[in-house]
Design a protein around this ligand. Structure first.
Ligand SMILES: O=P(O)(O)OC[C@H]1O[C@](O)(CO)[C@@H](O)[C@@H]1O
Length: 319
């Protein structure tokens, strides 16, 4: 059983820029995907945030002509052509270990002596450092970036652009952390006191909505869910009628306005991250937020810092 700890979770978040610089150095030295060659298909398996990151990468690969899918490790998988890429920050998730049993696989993990790493043909280290708070936060960010490098390896045969992206992500992350006294109290106030936090993101950054909601559930144990912005009008809009609805919007979908129109008419509270949108009660902007890839790699920090704050509050008030 992993011990979760709010103060250590906050320290894990504060260490993001330094960990990103470490990752950039490793990636600048060598392509971690070199041993993979250039297969025409890859399959990712993982659970939780590891699968969220894989969803984005699989979609990007397909758009670039490489067949790819992101599967629940808990699924029963047929033998598929091409390498199996198992992602697990801890390297111990039961479902992920079951999924690779008896197969050759590449492990993407943060723990090099984990069971997942020990059984792998190739190991791609996350270089996120130990997450002493017990919550996958830096490892999630590093997974997204390593999968960005994989996408470039398979479609452009070069990973240097990912190094530049990591550097910009480190700058954006540091900017949000350094200026948090200016934005966090207001975002805390806006998202607090409702009936949950509902995160919306476009399909190309769906991981941001899913991971943000997970952070609010995993730390402070509050109701939260993540949704694709277009799909929101089909599956989540209903709650704006009955709940004190608190939306965390990651703009960029061509259906932002559709969702915003509903939320304005139902008097929902909207906090927007990375861009200004009409009717938002609060907006968090950050360095390089005009670059979509930097947003993808950075924006979950807003929910993570809110979650850390709420979690600390619960820890102080409960025996
Ligand atoms: O990447 P891992 O270590 O397999 O973990 C998967 C998920 O399980 C959790 O650790 C919770 O059990 C999440 O934080 C994480 O997203």
């Amino acid at each position: 059983m992993i011990r979760l700890h709010p103060a250590l979770f906050l320290a894990d978040l504060e260490a993001k820029p330094a960990a990103l610089h470490t990752l950039a150095r490793h990636l600048a030295d060598a392509d971690p995907w070199a041993a993979l060659g250039h297969p025409g298909r890859v399959t990712f398996v993982g659970m939780g945030s590891s699968r969220y990151a894989a969803l984005v990468a699989a979609r990007r690969l397909r758009l670039r002509g490489v067949d790819a899918s992101a599967e629940y490790a808990s699924d029963v998988l047929p033998a598929l052509p091409g390498p199996l890429i198992a992602i697990s920050a801890s390297g111990t998730s039961r479902e992920t270990l079951d999924a690779v049993e008896g197969r050759d696989y590449v492990a993407v993990t943060n723990v090099l002596d984990s069971p997942l790493a020990r059984g792998a043909t190739t190991v791609v280290p996350m270089h996120a450092g130990p997450e002493t708070g017990g919550v996958a936060c830096r490892s999630f960010q590093h997974t997204l970036l390593l999968l960005d490098a994989l996408t470039r390896h398979l479609s452009e045969a070069k990973t240097e652009p990912t190094v530049r992206l990591i550097e910009r992500t480190a700058e954006a992350t540091a900017d949000l952390l350094e200026r948090r006294d200016a934005w966090l109290p207001r975002v805390d106030e806006l998202l607090d006191g409702g009936d949950g936090v509902y995160a919306l993101a476009p399909v190309d950054r769906i991981s941001s909505a899913l991971q943000s909601a997970l952070m609010v559930r995993e730390g402070p144990r509050r109701a939260a869910d993540g949704c694709e912005t277009g799909d929101w009008a089909h599956v989540d809009v209903y709650l704006t009628k009955t709940l004190r609805y608190r939306a965390l919007l990651f703009p960029g979908s061509r259906y932002d306005e559709q969702a915003l129109e509903w939320m304005r008419s139902r008097k929902s509270t909207v906090v927007s991250v990375g861009a200004d949108v009409p009717g938002a009660a609060g907006t968090v902007r950050f360095r390089h937020d005009d670059v979509p890839d930097v947003r993808l790699m950075t924006e979950t920090l807003v929910a993570e810092l809110v979650a850390a704050k709420w979690w600390e509050r619960v820890a102080q008030t409960s025996p």
